[in-house]
Ligand binder design. Structure first.
Ligand SMILES: Nc1ncnc2c1ncn2[C@@H]1O[C@H](COP(=O)(O)OP(=O)(O)O)[C@@H](O)[C@H]1O
Ligand SMILES: [Mg+2]
Length: 331
């Protein structure tokens, strides 16, 4: 029986605007088991980053968690005191962000940045922290790790900087590593290297990983399970292999259809989904995807579909769609 590490239920996040509060995350359900890698996929703006930031109390000003729960190893992160949360952040939960240039301090040596985190969370003395910092750089495959401790961020390539970010994320032996689009700024070859690195580290260190991306193809070989987000809700959640083989939600199908190489045939058409997701505060009344959905029926524009197990499958495959089951049965 797998053990649940993170269990997010019905998470709601709202933004203060001049016209009042606008909902950006509308009842997200997510979970991660021990040792599992969860891929979280969705178009830019669907609420991926805010969801993760809310868990560790790092939401920007004027953005608030207004509902739900987020149990981590049994304790609700959303109800923790700030001091407790600070200890969890960078301690039991490590973060890797998209852009190392803004996340690393440009005027501080790599080694000092790593040691700062180690000394704060692990209470290591200076010598021990320095040794551990060197080990961490080796662990993430940085050549000449010892000398690199003396480098400033701008002296490293983009890929090497991202490795440093991963080393910082791992510094405190986290139970959970949350990587928020960690390869988006990198070229394709380096992206693949970073994916392989995290895959290997995860196996060696036995941690759980949440990997956030807008690129479904990128996490095909990395995620055990994938949650597809659309406009601040989870529309499909399934073991990765199943999601690629038998996607149920029209949005997931659209995302997959826009990955030509998974559909193999010569001249595969690069289709993409027409239209754009709703702006915060302008969510439609029913299913948020209905205005763009090729299969939408009258009820889709009225009633929000719940995330529910797909009919007739033994594996945990959930979808939030009124017509998914009918379409599959007809096919
Ligand atoms: N600091 C902010 N101020 C106002 N609105 C924001 C801010 N950050 C995010 N948003 C809004 O919340 C939505 C979700 O943002 P985000 O979680 O960053 O999306 P994602 O990570 O999926 O690209 C965005 O579409 C944007 O409209
Ligand atoms: Mg983001």
């Amino acid at each position: 029986m797998s053990e649940r590490l993170l269990d997010v239920r019905d998470l709601k996040i709202e933004i203060d605007t001049r016209r009042g509060r606008a909902v950006v995350v509308d009842g997200i359900d997510l979970h991660v088991d021990k040792g599992e890698t969860l891929g979280v996929v969705g178009e830019s703006g669907c609420g991926k980053s805010l969801t993760m930031l809310s868990l560790v109390g790092l939401l920007p000003n004027r953005i608030h968690t207004t509902g739900g729960s987020a149990h981590f190893a049994g304790t609700d992160l959303l109800r923790m005191q700030p001091a407790e949360l600070r200890a969890v952040r960078g301690g039991r939960i490590g973060f890797v962000f998209q852009d190392p240039m803004t996340s690393l301090n440009p005027v501080m040596r790599i080694g000092d940045q790593l040691m700062e985190s180690l000394r704060q969370h692990k209470r290591l003395d200076k010598a021990a922290a320095r040794q551990r910092a060197g080990e961490l750089l080796k662990l993430v495959g940085i050549p000449g790790a010892e000398q690199r401790l003396e480098s400033f961020p701008h002296e490293l390539s983009g890929g090497m900087r991202q490795r440093v970010m991963i080393a910082i994320g791992l510094a405190c032996d986290p139970d959970l590593l949350i990587a928020d689009e960690p390869t988006t700024a990198l070229d394709v070859t380096i992206q693949a290297q970073i994916v392989e690195l995290v895959k290997g580290l995860k196996q060696r260190l036995g941690m759980s990983v949440v990997w956030i991306t807008h690129d479904l193809a990128l996490i095909a070989g990395l995620a055990d399970r994938i949650a597809v987000l659309y406009a601040g809700t989870v529309v499909e959640d399934a073991p990765a292999e199943l999601l690629f083989r038998d996607p149920a939600h029209p949005y997931t199908r659209g995302l997959l259809a826009s990955i030509p190489r998974l559909h193999g045939e010569d001249g595969a058409r690069l289709s993409s989904i027409g239209g754009t997701p709703p702006e915060p505060g302008r969510r439609p009344q029913g299913c948020p995807f209905a205005p763009r959905c090729p299969l939408a029926e009258a009820m889709c524009h009225d009633i929000v579909p719940a995330l529910a197990p797909l009919r007739g499958v033994a594996t945990p495959h959930r979808v939030a769609c009124h017509v998914a089951n009918r379409v599959r049965e007809a096919a």
